[in-house]
Ligand binder design. Structure first.
Ligand code: FMN
Length: 237
């Protein structure tokens, strides 16, 4: 039996009336009767008691209805399973993003076009008032040694007793990954949008940026830099 004929039969069983069932199925009564007659030919027996008004299903018809109900439920379950699976597929890049340790970030890293795309993704994050209360700095390779010096100095300022190993690690934040960006929180003061919302907007932007990196096939991670609590350094490669 065709799938739509199953739903016609179930509508007739539910409504117990030709006209109401035809309306429920959005077809004419003639089409409904033709579909039932087709099913009766297929099964080789009457499914509906004869007469011009609907007088109920025959014993065989009731059996077919029970079978049709089971099949209809199975089809609905299957559709639901496929819908859930399609929804998961649609957001798969968001579900499977994971940070990759800076130790495992390898060259060549992101090119300028990819960085622009990531920033564009960050710009489309939810942002009350469109303030974009953040900035992104790109550190090209020839700026890393100078940045490493600054990280080392800041480490020493914060911890005058820092060991050589501590200082080496602070410098490494600037040099280890093939691509290095600073994501800088830059709240706009005295605005009608409270600062806490601006922090949330910046967090959303950072999330978009990292998700965009992931979708471009670029492993990445974020870490607070040694320079300032307002700097989050992002690396990818
Ligand atoms: C803004 C920001 C700063 C972070 N800073 C550090 C950090 O300094 N050190 C660190 O080990 N993890 C830091 N993390 C956490 C890691 O980057 C990572 O998100 C975390 O280990 C969870 O892994 P996942 O991203 O795969 O879920 C930071 C995360 C964010 C969003």
């Amino acid at each position: 039996m065709k799938q739509d004929h199953i739903s016609y039969l179930l509508a007739l069983h539910r409504e117990q009336d030709w006209a109401a069932a035809a309306i429920a199925c959005q077809i004419s009564q003639a089409q409904l009767k033709k579909a039932v007659a087709e099913a009766e030919r297929e099964y080789g027996c009457s499914l509906v008691k004869t007469g011009t008004v609907f007088r109920g299903f025959t014993t065989e018809g009731e059996k077919v209805v029970v079978w049709a109900q089971g099949l209809s439920e199975a089809i609905s379950t299957l559709k639901h399973v496929f819908a859930v699976s399609n929804s998961r597929k649609a957001i798969a890049p968001l579900l499977d993003r994971r940070s990759v340790s800076p130790k495992r970030l390898e060259a060549p890293g992101a090119d300028s076009q990819e960085i622009d795309l990531m920033i564009e993704a960050a710009l489309s994050a939810p942002d009350h008032g469109g303030l974009h209360p953040w900035r992104v700095l790109v550190f090209p390779a020839d700026s890393r040694a100078r940045l490493a010096d600054l990280f080392e100095q800041e480490k020493l300022r914060r911890d005058p007793l820092a060991s050589t190993e501590d200082l080496r690690r602070a410098r490494e934040h600037a040099t280890r990954s093939p691509t290095l960006l600073a994501f800088i929180m830059s709240p706009k003061l005295r605005m009608r949008v409270p600062e806490r919302e601006q922090w949330l907007a910046a967090g959303s932007a950072l999330g978009n940026l990292l998700n965009a990196a992931h979708q471009l096939g670029l492993p990445s991670c974020s870490a607070e830099s040694a320079a300032s609590t307002f700097y989050f350094v992002l690396n990818w490669g």
